[in-house]
Design a protein around this ligand. Structure first.
Ligand SMILES: Nc1ncnc2c1ncn2[C@@H]1O[C@H](COP(=O)(O)OP(=O)(O)OP(=O)(O)O)[C@@H](O)[C@H]1O
Ligand SMILES: [Mg+2]
Length: 734
């Protein structure tokens, strides 16, 4: 049974959980609302994941014949006379091209017709038999905007024929054309098939999708790239089928689309990632004849200034023909990027998973751990994003990432507030931590009383030897010659410990405290006989005790019997009860301040001494003190009452039973955190001889909130003695 968390922490945690769940719900709501504000982020992440995926090797099957800068430089500016285009088509056809896609719309031009060039080009297209030609639309919002004009028959006969359910178009309308631009009839007539070349950039101007279907009048027209791919695959019009709002089937290949028939272009990379052949080289016969054999050849303009650049995730200067080539190559290779219907569910699932997991994981963690946890979540999402795009799935991780970020901020804000609420660590606690043995003070010159030589004295007390030393000074064994009684003399060198201006005040306080403590008459409190000063050395004479301080019984090999421990603590608790009744708080209950005499009696020592602050002089020696026995309220510098001593005595009880100093830590702040926030595991778990009833007593006496502790030392000792009685009745089986 682990002790319950104390209530403020519990309350803080439940507030955090409520906020965390609320934030998760908020992100889930945003996920459904699809606000424009956030929608711009998805394409950016998409570009990032494509870039992270890197370039892919394009299929050898697709080649671009580029009317590039070199071609224009040597053959004159674009547009060229159409006779030259006829010559090019002828060449490519004779070289064995599988499909020749000419990305040029040959609009009517008087001189071309007059010179017979249109006719020549038409003949070349006819002769090749596998030439594909484009047309383009002006897109409009509604059919009402439709401009007058007949649809030319070659265009009409290129429209899609087969649909799974054309009625669905009313729910998922594709883009609609209101005006069409086509090549001159002589050329168009001869084309194998035609398709539109409209591009639809996203809001940020980048072209990520190809609209594969455009509606014009009552017909639905395929993209140029679809026609090129279909021809390359040897398919006819009847082999194409539209699954409205889902996909387009080209024979065996299914091209996934969004609900409007747009396909994400799985770009192979940046410029020229699909091989380019300069048109001039083709015309000049510099290209080996087999370069086009069985290839899908796309002819288009790439010369600067001759066309409008497109921006893509990989490049800001992409030519139209290059974009078509990427789409065609993707279809031929069956390489797509899509958002299958289930992917939204996964995204929502990730929002909930990360949101709720972090809601429960973050509270109570250190800032570093919170950061690591959240960064790990983001890394997981990043890996997922790039990993899925490699598999052709676009997972939009933005909302899951937003949840992680929100949870991180929540954690940071709550953490900061908790730290704010956390009372500061008291000067007393820090002072104890930096308290030290001032060895030079003790041994320097006449300060240490030499015990070996002629008999030394402090006032009338004869010094017989040294009993030990603490932070304040040395404790000597002495004799009071007046009544021939052994005494212990605790000495304090104020002048070596404190600044000049503090000494009188502190001495006054010391004598007052010791006088008050001296009035305590109890068998379990060391009796103080006298205080005084001799040649600058302040001292306190008390009853001399033979025995051991409790520190001796704290380590695992030295533990006392459980009954004995309970007896010791019960006696100490009774001693404290009396002191507390007199409004004296010990403040420094720790194993070295409790002695077990050789007769087995317990004596609590050093009442009142702890009120002296630690040395105010610069300290340059090893750190000795530890606030390990301080109560939470003492750590925070609150006003103390007897319950603080009871907490400390509880810590000693735990240590005497288990051999574990629970409130210790690698550093000061770790220790402070333990004292103020953590509860030790049950003592009975560490020492099976400890009865469970003692666990409950420990829970109570070491409660973080003093209101939950025993009000009096008596109550504490009473409970301990009850357990002792029970143990006597039913001795534990070892
Ligand atoms: N009345 C006494 N009779 C016998 N020995 C004593 C007596 N008082 C103190 N001692 C011995 O002197 C040692 C030093 O005691 P002192 O109180 O100076 O240091 P401390 O309690 O270990 O540390 P701190 O200075 O933090 O209180 C004790 O550990 C004990 O062994
Ligand atoms: Mg002491």
């Amino acid at each position: 049974m682990t002790p319950p968390l104390d209530s403020p922490q519990k309350k803080g945690k439940s507030i955090h959980i409520a906020l965390g769940v609320g934030l998760t719900a908020l992100v889930a709501l945003l996920f459904f609302l699809r606000l424009g504000l956030f929608e711009g982020v998805h394409p950016r992440l998409y570009d990032l994941s494509l870039q992270a995926r890197g370039s892919l090797s394009a299929p050898q099957e697709v080649v671009i014949v580029a009317i590039d800068d070199a071609s224009v430089a040597s053959l004159g500016r674009w547009p060229w006379p159409r006779g030259r285009m006829a010559e090019l088509i002828d060449l490519l056809s004779r070289a064995g091209a599988k499909a020749i896609a000419v990305d040029v719309v040959f609009l009517p031009a008087g001189e071309e017709k007059a010179s017979g060039n249109d006719r020549l080009l038409g003949e070349a297209v006819q002769k090749a038999g596998n030439v594909l030609l484009p047309f383009y639309f002006t897109l409009g919002k509604s059919r009402e905007e439709r401009k007058k004009g007949e649809t030319p028959p070659p265009v009409l006969s290129s429209s899609f024929l087969l649909f799974d359910d054309p009625k669905k178009f009313s729910d998922f309308p594709p883009p609609a054309g209101i005006e069409i631009f086509v090549s001159v009839p002589e050329v168009m007539r001869a084309a194998r098939a035609m398709g539109h070349i409209n591009a639809l950039p996203d809001a940020d101007g980048k072209v990520r999708r190809d609209p594969l279907i455009i509606q014009y009048d009552d017909h639905y027209y395929p993209a140029f790239s679809i026609q090129v791919a279909a021809t390359a695959m040897g398919l006819a019009r009847g082999d194409l089928k539209v699954n409205v709002s889902q996909s387009i089937r080209l024979g065996k290949i299914t091209v996934p689309t969004d609900s409007q028939g747009k396909m994400l272009i799985s770009y192979y990379g940046g410029n020229q990632s699909i091989p380019h052949r300069p048109c001039i080289d083709v015309l000049a016969g510099k290209i080996p004849p087999d370069a086009f054999k069985n290839k899908v050849v796309l002819v288009g303009v790439t010369a600067a200034g001759a066309y409008d650049f497109l921006a893509t995730p990989f490049s800001s200067r992409f030519s139209g023909v290059e974009k078509h080539a990427h789409t065609v190559a993707g279809i031929l290779q069956g390489r797509f990027i899509a958002r299958p219907p289930w992917v939204s569910f996964v995204e929502l699932g990730l929002v909930l998973l990360f949101g709720l997991a972090l809601t429960f994981l973050l509270p109570g963690r250190s800032p570093a751990v919170r950061l690591i946890l959240c960064l790990s979540c983001l890394v997981i999402l990043g890996v997922l994003m790039i990993g899925t795009i490699r598999q052709g799935i676009w997972m939009q991780v933005f909302f899951p990432a937003l949840t992680v970020i929100f949870q991180y901020i929540l954690g940071a804000v709550r953490g900061a507030r908790a730290a704010e609420k956390e009372p500061p660590v008291s000067a007393e606690a820090t002072a104890v931590m930096t308290r030290e043995v001032r060895e030079p003070t003790l041994s320097g010159g006449t300060l240490r009383i030499e015990t070996g030589g002629p008999r030394q004295k402090i006032d009338r007390y004869e010094i017989l030897g040294e009993l030990g030393h603490g932070a304040m000074g040395i404790v000597y064994k002495g004799r009071d010659p007046l009544i021939d009684r052994l005494v212990a003399i605790k000495t304090i060198r104020f002048d070596r410990l404190y600044e000049e201006q503090d000494i009188q005040r502190l001495k006054g306080r010391f004598f007052k405290e010791v006088q008050a403590a001296g009035k305590l008459t109890h068998p379990n409190i060391v009796t103080i006989f006298d205080v005084g000063e001799d040649r600058g050395l302040s001292y306190m004479a008390m009853e001399y005790l033979e025995g051991d301080v409790l520190s001796k019984f704290c380590s695992p090999g030295q533990l006392l019997q459980v009954e004995e421990v309970l007896e010791i603590i019960a006696q100490a608790a009774e001693a404290l009860d009396l002191a507390h009744k007199r409004n004296i708080v010990h403040r420094d209950i720790k194993p070295p301040n409790i002695m077990r005499t050789s007769e087995g009696q317990i004596k609590v020592m050093d009442f009142g001494i702890a009120k002296l602050p630690s040395s105010t002089l610069t300290q340059d020696h090893s750190v000795l003190g530890t606030p390990a026995y301080m109560s939470p309220e003492q750590i925070h510098g609150e006003d103390l009452d007897g319950r603080s001593d009871l907490f400390s005595l509880g810590s000693i009880l735990y240590e005497l039973l288990t051999g574990v100093k629970f409130f210790s830590g690698e550093n000061f702040s770790a220790m402070v955190h333990k004292i103020t926030h953590e509860n030790p595991p049950p003592a009975s778990r560490r020492n099976p001889l400890v009865p469970p009833a003692v666990d409950e007593i420990l829970n109570k006496v070491m409660a973080k909130n003093r209101n939950d502790r025993y009000a009096r030392g008596k109550d504490f000792s009473k409970d301990l003695r009850k357990v002792l009685q029970d143990m006597k009745k039913n001795p534990p089986q070892a």
